[in-house]
Design a protein around this ligand. Structure first.
Ligand SMILES: [Zn+2]
Length: 320
């Protein structure tokens, strides 16, 4: 009989062997870069792996880093070790857009989604989550779509309920979501239902949830529905782009010391239904300010590279 420990060692050895062919496809520079990453020697900036934009480097990762699960850094500047893939079909969820390979998260995010989607069904009658983007296999910046979603604690969930059948890969790729807003100030009244108010309330009331992002007219609707009352409303924050999905952000799980929580939202009115929402109904967030004529053009910022991410992210890239 093998002890649990030696089984673990065997599994690790197997993982290393399986990962070897992938490593061969990398350039010699990358290989020596990886070797140096693994030994922890200082970053040689001539190596391509350090020169690559971080979004290309992390965007190219196809599998998780075989390390202890850890959300590293902040939601919008970090990476993810020991990620797990959310199973694409559960009783109360289905993953959409499988080709994106973004259904990775911390084990805590995955078990949270499994639990809260069940709760939403029981409490709000919501027929299952259609899960959009979570994180990439090793987290990090993405080539398209999001500033955050980098550490395995963010997940997008559609405002379209799950259909009653298991969808094919093609359906998950092609099905169009239902838009909940007409523009940045008007809700799509034909599409919005009270079940959606209840859905957001259920998720926002969970103590593991740090924030939820929705487009401003959706926050306005939630405020109206709840009579501008309820501490859970403070967690629901207006933000661009969340028109057909809402974005769940979890707090750092206990024991993940490299994970940095964001400041907690404490709007002065307790809900964010007053001044905060009024800001989103002003021109300020929407009107792009032009620089005065003759002003020098701002220099384009060099792209973020591995060097600009938390140091632990080097091990995340180097790991098998
Ligand atoms: Zn989002």
């Amino acid at each position: 009989m093998l002890s649990a420990k030696s089984k673990q060692c065997l599994a690790l050895l197997l993982a290393l062997l399986l990962a070897a062919p992938a490593a061969q496809s990398q350039t010699a520079d990358d290989q020596s870069g990886l070797a140096q990453l693994a030994t922890g020697s200082p970053a040689p900036h001539s190596l391509s792996i350090f020169a690559l934009p971080a979004k290309s480097l992390f965007g190219a990762q196809k599998s998780a880093a075989h390390l202890r699960a850890s959300a590293i850094g902040t939601y919008a500047l970090g990476c993810l070790a020991g990620a797990q893939q959310l199973p694409i079909t559960g009783d109360t969820w289905q993953v959409m857009r499988l080709s994106r390979n973004r259904n990775w998260g911390t084990p805590q995010l995955n078990s949270f989604l499994e639990r809260i989607s069940e709760e939403a069904k029981a409490k709000s009658g919501w027929n299952g989550f259609l899960v959009g983007d979570m994180a990439q296999p090793r987290g990090g910046p993405m080539k398209t779509g999001h500033a955050s979603h980098q550490i395995g604690l963010d997940a997008d969930v559609w405002f379209t309920p799950m259909p009653d059948h298991v969808m094919s890969a093609a359906e998950r790729e092609d099905m169009a979501p239902i838009e909940m807003v007409k523009n940045h100030s008007t809700l799509n009244q034909d599409a919005w239902t009270e079940s959606r108010d209840k859905l957001i309330q259920t998720v926002a009331q969970d103590p593991q949830v740090a924030r939820i992002f929705v487009h401003p007219p959706i926050k306005k609707e939630l405020c109206r529905w709840a009579g501008n009352q309820g501490a859970w409303l403070a967690k629901v924050r207006p933000l661009y782009g969340h028109t057909f999905h809402f974005h769940i952000r979890m707090k750092c799980p206990e024991g993940m010391s490299a994970c940095k929580n964001q400041w907690e939202p404490h709007p002065t009115d307790g809900t964010g239904c007053g001044k905060e929402l009024a800001y989103w109904y002003s021109d300020a967030p929407w009107v792009h300010k032009k620089p005065p004529p003759g002003a020098p053009k701002p220099k384009p910022r060099p792209p973020l590279t591995l060097a600009g991410l938390p140091a632990e992210c080097r091990a995340v890239i180097a790991a098998p």
